[in-house]
Design a protein around this ligand. Structure first.
Ligand code: ZN
Length: 454
């Protein structure tokens, strides 16, 4: 398809400026987990949003890190699009694995390396640049725009719900473009229509009031063993969660979804061998079963376990405590409170009711149906911009606060992004292909035009 040559020319002419803006945004650290530079970044982003033609404000009343909100109303526009982004980033550690500093954006062989380049500052810049491009070419936007960027997505968006629940009218929109999905291993753009929910718990087992000589393991119970036994009671060796009621609300995919999944590309070889160096999936899953497990089923994952001495050499010790962190990713209809209660009663019933049970985050899943009109628009636009059929994932396998917009505000939502399969988000040497930044700008320009008339 021939795209508007005026847009092509404008994107081409502003390539250097776009790249410079992204470098400037990446140079400003904004590590929410460490409260490093987040407020400074919110101010920098606000000035960039202003420059892109948005009327902005920084919101702090919800508590937590600032939300940068901007909007632009176009006289006569019939539709409104909401952009969801986050300007915070993951901690850059381990620093010695970066080839250049995480906050010193460098370009090598057509790739830009920096923490946040893909997740999620590159998307922010592509989106802002698309607003500037449209205003430059047409003198206006084809629809009303609302632009929300939060500063603590990477720590589970703990306070975003307060802002969203208090401002349903402010955030009302016909469709939402989420950040996140990247192109896959074969370069096909991915569109993801949902996100799993999240329950994050920490279990703490307590023993004696000090670390002891391990000869006392004759008489004193070791909290390390008790924790391991408790963890062992949660799952069988095939990975099935043994907590009563855990699967109770899990919906079976519809026959349409199964039909779609069967045809959906899913590059097992690349995921397995090239990227992660493993020879098989858990439970030897493959084909349709692997896709069902990945997109439609909840998980129960041990994120970390710690107790006693783990340094070099040997130290015989009976530790005074042991703890584990567990993340559960839930699918639509599973209710976080119900799952938490099921875990508490499981532990009580198994004799671990004395464990401390801390909840670090808990929110539900969200999903926009494949049949929603927004899917058709995004799909067709992606195909025209990338020149290949996009891959639509019924949900991300990951989580995010999408439920606030999809479940509460009833806004159909699609996640798209400028990252690529090797973007290494959350890891050292995070990067984007520079060309993807500019293609992302064209993608959003075209999407806004089509959404305005859909
Ligand atoms: Zn992230």
């Amino acid at each position: 398809m021939q795209l508007d040559p005026r847009v092509e020319a404008a994107v081409e002419a502003s390539k250097r400026e776009t790249l410079r803006s992204l470098q400037e945004l990446c140079r400003q650290p904004s590590v929410s987990a460490q409260d490093l530079g987040v407020k400074e970044c919110s101010r920098l982003l606000e000035s960039m949003m202003k420059e892109a033609g948005l009327k902005t404000r920084i919101v702090t009343e919800h508590g937590g890190q600032p939300i940068v909100y901007g909007e632009r109303w176009e006289p006569g526009a019939r539709k409104t699009v909401l952009f969801y982004n986050h300007y915070d980033v993951q901690p850059p550690e381990p620093l010695d694995e970066w080839k250049s500093g995480p906050f010193d954006p460098q370009i090598r062989d057509g790739f830009l390396y920096a923490r946040g380049a893909s997740d999620n500052k590159g998307n922010i810049i592509a989106r802002l640049q698309s607003l500037k491009t449209l205003i430059g070419v047409d003198g206006k936007l084809p629809l009303n725009v609302k632009f929300l960027a939060e500063g603590e997505e990477e720590v589970g968006s703990p306070y975003l719900y307060r802002f969203v629940e208090k401002n349903p009218a402010l955030l009302k929109a016909d469709g939402c473009l989420w950040e996140g999905a990247s192109s896959d291993a074969k370069g096909r753009p991915v569109i993801a229509l949902g996100a799993k929910g999240m329950v994050y718990i920490e279990l703490r087992a307590k023993g004696p009031n000090v670390d002891m000589h391990s000869s006392y393991s004759t008489l004193i119970e070791n909290p390390g063993w008790r924790l391991v036994e408790a963890l062992g009671s949660i799952r069988d060796k095939d990975g099935r969660v043994l907590v009563d009621g855990f699967y109770g609300d899990v919906e079976q995919p519809s026959s349409d979804e199964i039909k779609y999944l069967k045809e959906m590309p899913f590059d097992e070889e690349t995921i397995l061998k090239k990227t992660y160096g493993v020879s098989r999936f858990a439970k030897n899953l493959s084909g349709l079963e692997a896709k069902l497990e990945h997109f439609f089923r909840p998980t129960c994952n041990i994120a970390g376990v710690n107790s006693g001495y783990t340094g070099i050499g040997s130290k015989t010790v009976l530790p005074k405590s042991a703890f584990a962190k567990i993340d559960l990713r839930m699918v639509p209809r599973q209710k976080p409170d119900k799952i938490l209660e099921a875990f508490r009663s499981h532990l009580r019933a198994k004799g671990y009711g004395d464990f401390e049970f801390l909840v670090e985050s808990s929110y539900e899943a969200a999903r926009t149906p494949m049949s929603d009109p927004i899917v058709k628009v995004v799909r067709e636009t992606a195909k025209d911009i990338y020149g290949v059929e996009p891959v639509v994932h019924p949900s991300m396998a990951g989580s995010g606060p999408m439920y606030l917009f999809v479940n509460r505000l009833k806004i159909p939502t699609a996640s798209i992004g400028i990252g690529h399969f090797g973007s290494k988000i959350h890891a050292p040497n995070e990067n984007i292909r520079v060309e993807d930044l500019h293609r992302g700008t064209r993608y959003i320009v075209e999407l806004m035009r089509r959404m305005a008339h859909s």
